[in-house]
Design a protein around this ligand. Structure first.
Ligand code: BG6
Length: 500
């Protein structure tokens, strides 16, 4: 089963940082797929921009190699599939162009102006560069007359490292682009199952009456990675898990679970509701940060049986108190959620790559099967984000067979890969084209980003004031034992058997 593809009008996508890692791994493959699937048609162009000298042909070769590396292995071995891939690739590459521009000086801009020409087509400027360059690029786009009614700006984290810097960054780009033209990416919002969470909650009448503190005991959000920081240690060591993952991805997931039903799927209707959640989060301050958060850092260990270095070795043996793991308990002070903790955890070099949201319902009020106390478990709804997308609804049933009444906790299990034949599309494919379609529902508005920082800043300050300890954990485990204590103190446990 494939979904209906509606082609978009011709556009120009200008990627600053066009020869960088994000372009190579994500943006070029995503745009290739959208063209091959027939959503990008005609003479839509992708323009790579960076400081290096490169011809169009060299840029096409760079993209050709990126495609072979990042999607070539997904192409089936049949001659037919290989030939189709080659022909789609040739078609895609023809629409790639390159311009050498120095973002922080006037060099090269005239060539970009010339290439883009006067046609009033949609232009998206994707800044796949460090945030320090956002202002300089926006200013030069403006002074070169490149910002028009149909121009859009796409930016991605880090969107500041605290509230103040986020406000400055928003002000800087806001000088040249209207808020309605700015698309702030959080790629988690483009993930299939994250959107499915919206469908599950708001396209079904079943869950909404139960979706509150009367019926839900608590919520767990886990985003576990098995990778380490690799070559990104320069950036990561200054950010840590709280800035890299919690301030954006985990808080966005929390918003989608906790928000009130928006009146429509329009960008502002959804973002208004998410903002209300962010503003209702109970502050974690210096006095309770120790109770509410746990920081960890991985040491040496093994991932899937392979020995791996610890964090300090990965950052060249230096000293660092940056957290690569965080667990925290968030509370939402509003009518729907008062008294329902949201336990969040994320970390690198954990046992597996698995992300899920687990809604733990309250137990049935009375057990009329007294011999079955141990089996008598509460319902749980698990939304699996990755690697296997799906939904599991855990319920109690009678254990089949003769004899007495025995109970069993089983999952109604829907794996999307098994249910649907369609290729699972990468978040960037959806988001890049949403920019072209002018659909901002899955992008963060300025006030959301700032509200998230407003909640995060006191946590980081509390850590600094209290010199909060970093707990070491062995790579390949589920993080420091202190994170288990965080939830067990409330007589609850992490859903360790993430496959159960
Ligand atoms: C990025 C973080 O935003 O998300 C990375 O900077 C992290 O540190 C990545 O590895 C995780 O994304 P995904 O899609 O692989 O879960």
């Amino acid at each position: 089963m494939t979904s209906k593809i509606i082609p978009v009008d011709e556009f120009d996508y200008v990627v600053f940082g066009g020869t960088g890692d994000l372009a190579r791994r994500k943006l070029i493959p995503a745009l290739f797929h959208r063209r091959s699937d027939g959503q990008i048609v005609g003479n839509s162009r992708i323009v790579g921009v960076s400081r290096s000298a490169m011809s169009n042909e060299e840029f096409r070769k760079f993209a050709d190699e990126a495609l072979d590396k990042y999607i070539g292995s997904d192409i089936s071995n049949s001659n037919e599939a290989a030939a189709e891939y080659q022909s789609q690739k040739q078609d895609f590459l023809q629409h790639l162009y390159y311009v050498q521009v120095d973002a922080s000086s006037d060099k090269g801009w005239d060539k970009l102006v010339k290439l883009l020409g006067n046609e009033d087509r949609l232009r998206a400027y994707y800044l796949a560069v460090g945030p320090a360059l956002f202002g300089a690029i926006a200013e030069r786009l403006y002074s070169n007359g490149l910002i028009r009614e149909h121009s859009r700006l796409v930016i991605e984290k880090p969107l500041g490292h605290d509230l103040k810097s986020a406000q400055q960054l928003n002000q800087t780009v806001g000088r040249y682009f209207d808020e309605s033209q700015i698309y702030r990416i959080d790629h988690y919002l483009g993930k299939e199952t994250v959107q499915n969470l919206m469908a599950l909650r708001f396209a079904n009448a079943l869950y909404e009456p139960l979706w509150n503190s009367a019926h839900i005991d608590h919520v767990q959000i886990t985003v576990a990675e098995d990778i380490g920081v690799g070559s990104r240690s320069g950036y990561y060591d200054k950010s840590g898990a709280i800035r890299d993952m919690v301030q954006n991805h985990l808080m966005q997931l929390l918003c989608l679970v906790a928000m009130e039903p928006p009146a429509s799927n329009d960008a502002d209707a959804v973002r208004d509701e998410k903002l209300k959640v962010l503003r209702s989060l109970k502050p974690i301050t210096s006095s309770d940060v120790h109770q509410m958060t746990v920081r960890g850092q991985y040491g040496k260990g093994a991932i899937h049986g392979q020995p791996v270095d610890g964090y300090l070795d990965e950052i060249d043996g230096g000293e660092s108190s940056t957290e690569t793991f965080i667990a925290l308990k968030a509370e939402i002070a509003n009518w729907r959620w008062a008294g329902v903790p949201f336990y969040l955890r994320t970390g690198k070099r954990l046992a597996e790559r698995v992300s899920e949201i687990s809604i733990e319902f309250k137990p049935a009020p009375h057990n009329m099967f007294p011999g079955e106390n141990k089996q008598f478990k509460a319902n749980r709804l698990v939304i699996l984000l990755q690697p296997d997308e799906g939904v599991k609804q855990w319920i109690m049933i009678k254990d089949p067979g003769p004899g007495g009444m025995r109970l069993r906790h089983v999952a109604l299990d829907m794996s999307f890969a098994e249910e649907f034949e369609a290729r699972s599309i990468d978040a960037y494919e959806r988001l890049l084209l949403d920019v072209v379609r002018g659909n901002a529902t899955l992008f963060m508005r300025r006030d959301e980003v700032e509200a998230a920082w407003k909640w995060i800043d006191p946590i980081i300050e509390g850590w600094q004031e209290n010199g909060q300890k970093i707990h070491k954990y062995t790579a390949g485990t589920w993080g420091p034992t202190a994170s288990i204590a965080l939830i067990e103190r409330d007589h609850r446990t992490w859903n360790e058997d993430l496959d159960s």
